[in-house]
Structure formats: C-alpha cells, structure tokens
Design a protein around this ligand. Structure first.
Ligand code: SF4
Length: 292
C-alpha cells in the first residue's frame, strides 16, 4: 500500500513561477532566468527543452532579452542592473518572499538592525539582504549558535527565510531578546513549508509505515528539511530525485508493504506520479516473482 503525504509537491510560489516561465516561452523563443528557476533538475531540463536559458549573473543576459525573476526573488541592485541593460523583466518573485523583502526594507528604513535567519548562500536570503537599507546594517545567522554571536543593537528586526522551521525562529528570537532593547520578529515562514513539514510528520505518526520515499532535488533546501523531519520521526527514508534513483535502489523496496510518499515544494506532479507508479507496480508483483 502507498500512502501519500497530504501536502506534497509544487508549492504556490514555485507553480506560479514555472507557469510564468512556461507562458513566457509560448510568447518568446527564448527566456532567461538568473540561476536555476527551481531546485529540481528534471523540471529544469523540461523548461530548457522549451527554450529556457540560464545565466549565472545579470551581466550574461543580452540586451532586449526577456528575464523571469524566479520565486526566490532578487536583490534591488540586480533589478536595477537589469533595467539598465534594457531587458524585459517579468517578476515571478513569490509573494511570501516579497513580503520578507518588503519587511526587511521597511524595518531597516526605520532604523532596525536586520538579522536574517537562514542560509547565507541561498538566493532567497541574498535577495532579501539586497533589500536592506545600506545604512541600517544586517547579518545572516544560520541557527541558534550563530545568533549567540550577534552584537548588541538598540533595535533588532528578525526576518526569516521562508523555509525555516518555526521552532528555530522562536529559539533565535529568544536569544536576540537579550541582545537589544527592542526586538521586532517577522514570521516570514510560509505556510507551504510548514504544511509540507506537518504533513510529513502526520504521514509517519498516523500510518504504520515501513519506509518513506521522499521525492525532490538533492539541492532543494525544503526537501532536505523534510528528510530531517522524517528521520527525526524514526522512519526509514529513501530520498530520490526521479524514477531512475528509485530503480537504482530497488532493493530498498523489497519486503516493504506500507510505503509513504512525501515530496518537496519544488517537485513537479509529473515526477511524483512517475515514482508512485513504479512503487505501485513493484507492490503488485506477486511474491516469488521477479519484477524485472
Ligand atoms: S516555499 Fe513558500 S515562499 Fe517559497 S516559493 Fe513556495 S510558496 Fe513561496
């Protein structure tokens, strides 16, 4: 038997951005993004086959090109540089990321020192950081340990990467309370993330599973967090990007009758279906018969 997590696959923001790129590719023979539009190699390959070009920085984009700003958003400096190059920009920044950018901009203008909770190398954090008013100052902390090193400031605003866990935000807020006279906490964690995290917990707690197949890109931060949650629930997890990964680990499925499926917010539905169908086909093979 296969049990699906209640929330799995594309979140609202990623679906919106992928639809935006697909739509732009119907109107233009080629469309650019800066960096990967989504942390899923299979979906990226599908879009590239339709004409998507991926630049590593704005300087690679030719004048007159059409550029889609991906769901992670971009720094204000990058948007200004694109404008100066005379390209057409279609902004598909996820509204939840936009909210974090706007909050960081607004609070830094009000004189708050901005502490961003997240991964300093993640494009979403770079984009949010790129909205902070230069004179206010800001830093990125990855966790509670790094929060302990934040220096004292009169006013601190804590803004989080949208994929952070609520518990960590609360613990970091607790630490920062002792490092300022006024703390403003912006919970900019998006529901899609917490819904998928809660669905992963429920999947394990409400079913007697022998394992969970987690589907998602290996560079996807939100899929990585789902893996951590599933493992902390004590279940055996097999993380696959696509059906080929599953085939390569087909021994893992042997003897398991109750399998759960969870998927990150950047995993397309067509990929989930492919993996699910393979698991179902293997489960249908009568005992004693090979399914090769
Ligand atoms: S995870 Fe949330 S914030 Fe990120 S793109 Fe999806 S809906 Fe937007």
């Amino acid at each position: 038997m296969i049990v699906m997590a209640e929330h799995a696959g594309f979140c609202f923001g990623v679906r919106r951005a992928v639809d935006g790129i697909t739509d732009a590719l119907r109107r233009n023979s080629e469309v650019w993004t800066i960096g990967l539009p989504i942390h899923n190699p299979q979906e990226v390959a599908r879009l590239e086959a339709l004409g998507l070009r991926i630049a590593s920085s704005e300087s690679e984009i030719p004048p007159g090109a059409v550029v889609i700003i991906r769901a992670h958003g971009e720094a204000l400096g990058v948007l200004a540089s694109l404008k100066a190059r005379g390209v057409t920009v279609e902004d598909m920044t996820c509204p939840f990321v936009k909210k974090a950018q706007d909050k960081a901009a607004e609070l830094s203008r009000e004189g708050y020192y901005v502490v961003l909770l997240g991964d300093k190398n993640h494009p979403e954090i770079k984009g949010i950081l790129g909205h902070v008013n230069d004179s206010a100052g800001a830093e990125v902390v990855a966790d509670e340990n790094e929060a302990l090193n934040v220096k004292h400031h009169t006013k601190i605003a804590l803004v989080s990467q949208t994929t952070q866990r609520e518990e960590r935000l609360e613990r970091v807020a607790g630490i920062l309370t002792g490092k300022c006279t006024e703390l403003h906490v912006c919970n900019t964690i998006c529901k899609a993330t917490s819904q998928r995290q809660e669905a992963a917990r429920k999947l394990v707690r409400e079913n007697s599973l022998e394992g969970v197949v987690l589907i998602g890109g290996k560079s996807s931060a939100n899929t990585g967090k789902l893996r951590d949650i599933l493992e902390s629930e004590g279940v055996n997890v097999l993380w696959v990007e696509d059906e080929r990964d599953l085939e390569a680990e087909s021994g893992w499925l042997e003897g398991k009758n109750m399998i759960g499926i969870a998927a990150g917010a950047s995993t397309p539905e067509w990929l989930i279906d492919k993996v699910k169908n393979i698991i179902a086909a293997k489960q249908e093979v009568p005992r004693g018969l090979s399914n090769s």
